[in-house]
Each structure stands twice: as C-alpha cells, then as structure tokens.
Design a protein around this ligand. Sequence first.
Ligand code: ADP
Ligand code: MG
Length: 551
Amino acid sequence: MMPAGTQILVLKEGTRRERGKGAQFNNIAAAKAVADAVRSTLGPRGMDKMLVDSLGDVVITNDGVTILKEIDIEHPAAKMLVEVAKTQDEEAGDGTTTAVILAGELLKRAEDLIEQNIHPTVIAAGYRLASDKAHEVLEKVAMKISIKDADVLKKVAMTSMSSKSASGHKELLADIAVKAVSTVAEKRADDSYFVDDDNIQVVKKQGGSIADTAMVDGIIVDKERVHPGMPGEVREGKIALIDAALEVKKTEIDAKIEITDPTQLQAFLNEEESMLKRMVETVRKSGANVLFCQKGIDDLAQHYLAKAEIYAVRRVKKSDMEKLAKATGGKVVTKLDELAKDDLGYAKLVYEKKIGEDEMTFVTGCKNPKAVSILIRGGTEHVVDEVERSLEDATSVVAVAIEDGKVITGGGSSATEIALSLRDFAATIGGREQIAIEAFADAMEVIPRTLSENAGLDPIDILIELRKEHKKGNKHAGVNVFTGKVADMKKENVIEPIRVGSQAVSSATDAAVMVLRIDDVIAARSGGGAGGAGPKGGGEGGEGGGDGEEF
Ligand code: ADP
Ligand code: MG
C-alpha cells in the first residue's frame, strides 16, 4: 500500500502540462488569435493580407484558407481552427473566413460562460442544440433553384468573388464559372446533379489582361508541337497517348561499342535510324494524326513524324496525359509496340495557338463533352494567382448550389435570422443550456458585425436595425456594405449556396466543442512541435494575427 499523500509520478518531470481552466483559457486565446488574424478580410470591403515567406516570396490575398495555410501556426488549439478553414474549403469551397470567425466567436462567448462557472460540457451541449436549430433555420430561409437558373447561379458566383481583388472582372469570371460548371454537371438517376471539379481544367498563363480569361471547350496543354514542319492544326484528331520515349534507349551501363571500320559505324547509325522510323511507323499505322508523348521524342523521330503529318507534343505532364485520356476517350499506352486503333482518343480539332509569349496546344471538341478548361490571363503572376483563387471559389459555389439546389442570402442576413430564431428557441429550453444557446445566437451576429466594421460602419447601429427588420419578418435583410444601409439581400443579389452557410455552422460548432472539451494539455514526447503547446504557442498565434492587422 502506498502511504497517503504520496504522489505517483506518471509523467516525466518537466513535461509541459496545463490543466483545468488554465488550459481552457489558453486554448481559447490561441483560437481567438487565429480568428482575429483573418477578421479584417471578411466581406467585399475587407482588406487583403500580404504573406511573405522566409524566401521573400509574396502572396497577396484575402482568402481565409490561403492565409491560414501559409502562416506558421504552432498551438494545437489554433491548428484546429486552421482545420476548420480547410474543411470549409473542401466541403463548400467558400466561407472559410466566416467559419473561422464564427468558431472564434463561439469560443469567446464560451469563455465568458466558463467564467460564470457554467461547465464546458453544458456549453457544448447547448451549442449542439443551437447548431441543429441553425440548420433548420437555414433550410427554412433557403430558396430552391435549378441548373437552369443561370442568372441566379451567376449571382452566386459574383457574390463569392465580390471580396476578391479580381472583382472588377467578376461579370466575365462569373459567366465563365457558370458555363464551365453547367457543362460538366452530371445528372443522376434521381434528377439531382453531381459536379466533379476535376473535369474543369485551369491553365494559367501570365500576360495579357484578366479580360482575356476564357473558357475553352476541351483541354489545353501548355506545350508547342515539336517540329515546325508538322501541321499547326489537325481536324478530326485521332489522338495517340504514349507514355514511352520515341528515342533509341541509351545504354544504361557503360557499354563500349568497338567499331573498327567506318562501315560498321554507318551500320550502327542505320540501325538507330530504322528503329526510330519503325516507331513513327507504328504511330502512323494506328491511324493517329496527333501524338501526345509523356517522354522525349528524338530529333530524327520528329522529322519522320512531321513527314507523316502527325502533330506531336513531347514531355507532356502526367496529369495532362490523364486529363487528355479522360477527355478524348483515349488510352495511355506504355508500350509503343502495343499501340492500336482502339487506344486512340478523338477530338474535333487540335491546334496550336500563341498565348502571350508561348505556343500552346488546344484540344477541342473532345469525345467527352464534359471536359472544359479555363485559360486564365493577367498582367502579373500575383494577378493570375488571385484570379485562379477567385475562379476556384466561383466554380465551387456554383457547383454546390447546383448540387444542393438551394441558396440563401448573404450580407449577414441568414446569420441574423438564425440569431433571432435561436433566442426564441433558447427560451423553450431553459436552464443553463438556454444561456449557451443565447451565447450561440450572439456569436452568429459576429458575421454582420464584422462585415459592418470592415466597411467602416457602426456595427451597433447596423445590428439594431437588422434585428428590427428580421423581427418584422424581413428574412433577407442584411447589410449593404457599399451604401452602409440595411437592405434586402435578395434584391441586392447577394446570394450564396446553402452549403456555405450550413457548413460554416457545422465546422465552427465542431471545432468550438472540441476545444471546449479539452481540460488538459500534455506535451507528447515525440513531435517536437507540441512542445510549443504552452502559453508561448498562443502568444505566437497572437503575434501572427497582429502582424496581419498591420497591413
Ligand atoms: P469567406 O472567406 O467567408 O467567404 P469573404 O471575404 O468572401 O469571406 O466574405 C464573405 C461574406 O461577405 C459573406 O458573409 C457574404 O454574404 C458577404 N458579402 C458578399 N458580397 C456582399 C455584398 N455585396 N454586400 C454585403 N455582403 C456581402
Ligand atoms: Mg468568400
């Protein structure tokens, strides 16, 4: 028997550990710091962040997930918020900043409740109830749409881009996004739609202006034909996809070929030449008039290909080969000898076109009509990258809007409606959970509040006005950040897919609950990074946020 009062030492002395409220407050502080880091970017009048890495490379964006992915975050609770952003991005494609700010606010409100001695598990239970209710409210305020409602889909795309710096061209980009997504959307047996984003190929080419960005029906390969003697355009393209070199293999081991007289050398060269000739002959015989080769093509083979009027491209990226296969219905062949007619893909027109400084290959009118590409143009690399991020958001929101067939209004309107309903709902629950549900309701209003703050408006005035309008039954009342007035977001065309809202509520609640349930942070032995789990890590997160605010 152990004498009373003896401490059993389970953890090695010096292990970093923090328990109880100390651990909770520390975790909450770290999570709040992450939320604060992205807060100022929310909405069309939000600011951008300039991210500078250790090599001095710069990214300018206001994309929540991009910002959080790039900044160095050590604290485990802070990392959970980064996960929120990633989940939101994967599931809904937009609303990352919203989800993170909401999670931060839920935790901030929870902190007050913990200080009032409400147990974290009670708060967590209240938050869960509130989250379920919030989903019901979203379903109630949602409006039904279909793939045919191109005008609504365009509004959805434009709303998602309104906070991006490329927003000057959002009409054009929204049209492209709607057209591209509608083209690749596949109808299911139950009449719903499924969108595979992978069917939309995005190709960036620096130069020109954003206005030159366009959708291409088919695939773009950022390569020129290997020989100027080849046709620059092939109609009725029969396309061979080969993952083998059209070269004579150089010996891998240092073999020495001893040539004793000039005729032998000639024979040797002749042999090489005829091998290359045979390779080209194999391609030609298959019926191909276009060749995409993943490996190299020997100069001599290029010459024979040109003579055979075959359009050939070499060293094509593996990912492009896969896209070509999917689009043209062709098969990537790894042994040239086995190339047969059945392996060939089809495209109505294959041609080379100069884009900016470089020639690119366009494969259009593919066998699979659900293959489209977007060619992004823009003056600088930064512009092209931000257009890409904008288009990614736009295509994702259009895709999920089509898939779910439901949209809601933004500008803080749906968040306010949720807050209002939750306050009524809380009263029916009673007890301590009621207080947690009310805290959830208050947290929802962080969205209109932050939108107002970022637009330089008085958030208190706006919130009062919003609550008044929603009490009157104006479900779509939100904040017009440009006029500074509360207005009907449906009329203002601020429309979002329901999934952006519902996913933000879900992932913010999940993260908040997870952080709340932790009352003990023990630094694990391996994974040195966890050593920063103490107050120091939180402080760093805070600093990161502070840095961001400066810009
Ligand atoms: P997130 O990363 O959460 O998508 P954004 O910076 O894109 O963050 O901002 C999205 C928020 O801006 C949403 O709440 C959306 O409803 C709102 N918003 C977008 N366009 C407008 C607009 N014209 N007026 C008011 N709010 C808008
Ligand atoms: Mg957005």
